[in-house]
Design a protein around this ligand. Structure first.
Ligand code: SF4
Length: 357
């Protein structure tokens, strides 16, 4: 039987139940989900499904990430709500591709873990499955493992195995209204040019779940816990001195009251220049290098190859010596006399992140 898999949260319990019901059946998991945005999230969900299938002793195959074809299929339906027509097309695409794979591999049955997801329409999935069964002759296995206390058991299993519990369905179009309603920054879609791993980003979760896999393999004790913290994202920032744009790097947690300010250096101490407006501090790359014990030749190198956030915070601490400070700290190639025009569009927000202890 080929089992289309959408994510480990849905698949782990579903596969356990299928294994119980079909003890003599060779099960093959098929991860085909081009609907998942961004690609980092897709990798993360695959990583977790791989971990879950390994635990269950189920072979897993990864399908193509044909995002462009998927986008073309849902064109014009981007604005529709979850469980609407866009989702029907999305289920269609995933089941059609899965049944083709099942035929290619010589299976005579197929099913999907989407059936257990509380946010999916079982009715629509059942219809699509029945239609494909009629067209191909492969039996579609419809099971409602949500029934009774299935959802509750599923939740316990997720905790027990420290599975990655994503908090959105998958696509950009479902995520956008969800984050708008929550009045929350859509930080899943931030991916810095530098590849710096931001707090509570998908990349950070990938690091965390890779670490979980390592600990599991070594048989070491661990727990994934949640921590509340102040998160930050920089949308854009730029500096002009005497109307001339200069390369600049904004340290993590740099904010100003509005999005624009201007001023002049009022005071300098130990290479840190204090502007006369909006608590802004500027320093040149040499001063930064001596504080960070680095050897950047210029700010551009720092932009493309920055320190880890934790190390940036240590530099901020050395400069400001106040853990609650949110002043803009800006690094330039050189600091010279003149009028500074600064644009800084950034946001701080309370957030929750997972950590391994
Ligand atoms: S909300 Fe979920 S099911 Fe609907 S189109 Fe997006 S990824 Fe597919």
């Amino acid at each position: 039987m080929l089992v289309h898999i959408c994510c480990s949260v849905d698949s782990h319990y579903f596969l356990e139940r299928i294994q119980e019901e079909y003890p003599n059946e060779e099960l093959v998991g098929y991860f085909y989900d081009p609907n998942i945005h961004p690609y980092g999230e897709y990798r993360l969900r695959y990583l977790d499904v791989e971990y879950s299938c390994k635990k269950l002793g189920i072979k897993l195959i990864e399908g193509p990430y044909n995002l462009e074809t998927w986008l073309k299929k849902v064109k014009g339906m981007e604005h529709l709500p979850e469980k609407g027509d866009r989702c029907t097309v999305c289920y269609d695409d995933r089941l059609e591709t899965s049944v083709k794979k099942a035929i290619e591999l010589g299976h005579d049955k197929f099913t999907t873990t989407l059936l257990i997801s509380p946010k999916k329409s079982q009715e629509k999935l059942e219809k699509i499955g029945a239609k494909l069964q009629e067209e191909t002759g492969l039996e579609f296995i419809f099971r409602d493992y949500r029934a009774g206390n299935g959802t509750q058991i599923q939740g316990q299993i997720v905790k027990e195995h420290s599975l990655y519990r994503q908090n959105y369905c998958g696509c950009l179009f479902g995520l956008t209204p969800q984050r708008e309603a929550q009045k929350k920054v859509m930080d899943e879609m931030f991916n810095p040019i530098s590849n710096q791993v931001l707090p509570e980003s998908i990349e950070q979760r990938l690091e965390l779940y890779n670490k979980r896999n390592e600990l599991e393999e070594k048989g070491e004790k661990y727990k994934i816990i949640k921590q509340r913290f102040l998160n930050y994202r920089l949308f854009n920032g730029k500096v002009a001195i005497n109307k001339q744009l200069v390369p600049s790097y904004f340290l993590y947690y740099s904010t100003i009251n509005r999005t624009k300010t201007n001023g002049r250096v009022e005071y300098e101490k130990d290479g840190i220049c204090y502007l006369n407006r909006d608590e802004v501090k500027v320093l040149d790359i040499k001063t930064f290098n001596s504080l960070a014990k680095t050897s950047y030749n210029n700010t551009k190198e720092l932009i493309f190859n920055p320190l880890k956030i934790e190390d940036e915070l240590k530099i901020r601490d050395k400069i400001i010596n106040n853990p609650y400070d949110l002043s803009a700290v800006i690094i330039l190639d050189e600091v010279f006399e003149g009028k500074f025009d600064i644009e800084l569009n950034a946001i701080t927000y309370d957030d929750v992140k997972e950590e391994i202890i």
